[in-house]
Write a protein that binds this ligand. Structure first.
Ligand SMILES: *[C@@H]1O[C@H](CO)[C@@H](O)[C@H](O)[C@H]1NC(C)=O
Length: 364
């Protein structure tokens, strides 16, 4: 296993240094050229089917959702037998390496939200591409937006297109906060569950990205990866700046509509205090409580969620890199500039390696 990790790290380092100049749209075009086939050999579908229960079928497809962009996007839908007009979607973007794409923690029809997972369109399965600042975030966000607004309405005829929630896990949360919300939040105003990740957007978040009833909850743990302990607070600042400008939301309303919790005593995404996959599953299983009913997640969060405006993530552990061992600390040390807006990629791919290592370790 160690050898496996080392090989992966070597590949990462090699591909990072060999990376060609990126441009805004076709950033990873070369790396993605052969990704036109379903990947993963159906891994996880049976377990997701079990989780979903009777009456739901896991369907997997690959499409080119965006006109003028040849990129293919692979996705899974937990398709109910009958679609009713009150049904919406819960679209999940996985963390680096794809674990939650395959596991589909949102496979069960919950509050009539149809679970959808989407696979990052690059070989290492990293939303937003390589590097701390996730330079492909805007392109990936556009692909997801087009999947939801053009492809899924044909495939799931009659679902409520005004009821589309998003869930981010780690690298998925980096793309949601830095690209999806800023660019397309105006089209998706139901809610965002941002778990164990967050990245500031190059130009901040416009107020129009958040609607008068948009629900946002940011969830982390005490022992988050050190790099994320720097970027999550900055992403929260971006969100709060936008929220403060949304017309018609009183401070009282905002206190329960936009919330934060960082109390679970665990490492990266280990909301149950146990592990990466189990923590994510435990949190997603309480989507209705947290996102629709404004309640705590039993056994995970504090009894009262903190208003996002008052969030002080990692205040208690700031400066005391306690988690993740040497690699995560290293990654953070070298990636420390990424919360610098417009910051160039300062070569902090060690953060990516740290995340990769976390998810490798946890997937076994
Ligand atoms: C669709 O969703 C919107 C937003 O949640 C809601 O206002 C509307 O009533 C829903 N429509 C149906 C038919 O449930």
């Amino acid at each position: 296993m160690l050898l496996n990790i080392l090989v992966k790290l070597a590949v990462l380092v090699a591909s990072a240094s060999a990376a060609p100049q990126r441009n805004k749209n076709g950033a990873n075009a070369n790396a993605n050229v052969n990704l036109n086939q379903i990947r993963g050999n159906g891994q996880g579908i049976q377990a997701a089917q079990q989780l979903a229960g009777p009456g739901v079928t896991i369907v997997e497809k690959i499409v080119q959702p965006t006109a003028g962009d040849p990129t293919f996007l692979q996705f899974r839908v937990a398709m109910p037998q009958t679609i009713t007009p009150d049904m919406g979607l819960n679209v999940l973007l996985h963390g680096d390496g794809g674990q939650s794409f395959f596991a589909m923690p949102n496979a069960k029809l919950d509050s009539n939200l149809i679970g959808v997972t989407v696979l990052a369109p690059n070989a290492p399965m990293k939303w937003g591409g390589l590097g701390n600042n996730r330079p492909d975030g805007p392109q990936h966000a556009t692909l997801v937006k087009d999947l939801v607004t053009s492809v899924l309405p044909q495939m799931i005829p009659g679902f409520n297109q005004s009821r589309v929630y998003f869930t981010g896990v780690s690298g998925g949360s980096l793309t949601l906060t830095s690209a999806m919300i800023p660019l397309y939040g105006n089209m998706f105003q139901s809610g965002w569950l941002i778990m164990c990740g967050g990245l500031p957007s190059p130009n901040g978040i416009p107020a129009s990205a958040i609607g008068p009833n948009t629900r946002i909850h940011v969830q982390t743990t005490t022992n988050e990866l050190t790099f994320l302990q720097q970027t999550i607070p900055t992403a929260i600042t971006d969100l709060n700046q936008a929220i403060a400008q949304v017309p018609g939301v009183t401070p009282q309303q905002a206190a329960t509509q936009f919330t934060f919790d960082g109390t679970p005593n665990g490492g990266h995404c280990a909301f149950d205090g146990q592990g990466f996959s189990s923590g994510i599953q435990a949190m997603v299983s309480q989507f209705t409580a947290v996102m629709l009913n404004g309640q705590p997640a039993q056994g995970i969060t504090a009894a009262t969620l903190t208003p996002l405006a008052q969030a002080k993530p990692f205040a208690a552990v700031a400066g005391a890199a306690q988690n993740g061992g040497a690699t995560a600390q290293n990654g953070a040390a070298n990636g420390g500039n990424a919360n610098n807006r417009k910051g160039k990629n300062n070569g902090g791919n060690n953060f990516v390696a740290a995340l990769q290592q976390v998810s490798n370790g946890q997937q076994r």
